[in-house]
Design a protein around this ligand. Structure first.
Ligand SMILES: [Zn+2]
Ligand SMILES: [Zn+2]
Length: 172
């Protein structure tokens, strides 16, 4: 594993905490507009979600949240994440392993994913040419594209070298 300097990890954490604070404010406004209550449990879930970073599997989030507060039910975590998706704070992802994952949506551009079938690693990418090509292919068939998901499955460099196989995550 690549060693990261303490300072960069600290600023990473600060960025996540700031993003969590922004998300909580937005969620609060969204709930208020709908006459719904803000709960401390929701705060814990949102903070844990941002602290985990990346593409968070819901069951992983459940484990983390319940370690912080055992009174939070599994159903509450699932419901809260659906709520976050509804108000545009999180984007649900479902890759081939069948798990539902969420990633933070705030301030992020469209991207696609590379998924390692060995270790479950998920890498984001954007490629202008691919984006254009997809639109052209669709136009050629008389389609207007609203959205798309591109997922490339394969083995990451580490797994191809035999370093990361079977450590966790996606099914082979
Ligand atoms: Zn891998
Ligand atoms: Zn992503």
């Amino acid at each position: 594993m690549r060693a990261r300097r303490k300072t960069s990890r600290q600023s990473d954490q600060q960025t996540r905490e700031a993003a969590a604070a922004v998300a909580l404010t937005r969620l609060g406004t969204w709930l208020e507009e709908r006459g719904l209550k803000h709960s401390r449990q929701r705060d814990v879930i949102v903070e844990a979600f941002y602290a985990m970073g990346g593409h968070v599997p819901v069951d992983g989030l459940v484990a983390r949240v319940r370690a912080l507060d055992a009174r939070v039910s599994v159903a509450t975590v699932y419901r809260t994440m659906k709520l976050l998706a509804e108000c545009g704070i999180a984007v649900p992802r479902r890759f081939d392993d069948g798990q539902t994952r969420y990633e933070p949506a705030s301030g992020r551009a469209h991207h696609d994913h590379l998924i390692c079938t060995g270790c479950g690693r998920i890498v984001e990418f954007e490629n202008e040419k691919i984006e254009e090509l997809q639109i052209r292919v669709a136009h050629g068939q008389g389609f207007e594209v609203d959205s798309h998901k591109l997922e490339l499955y394969g083995r990451c460099e580490r797994c191809r070298r035999g370093g990361g196989a079977g450590s966790k995550g996606a099914s082979p």
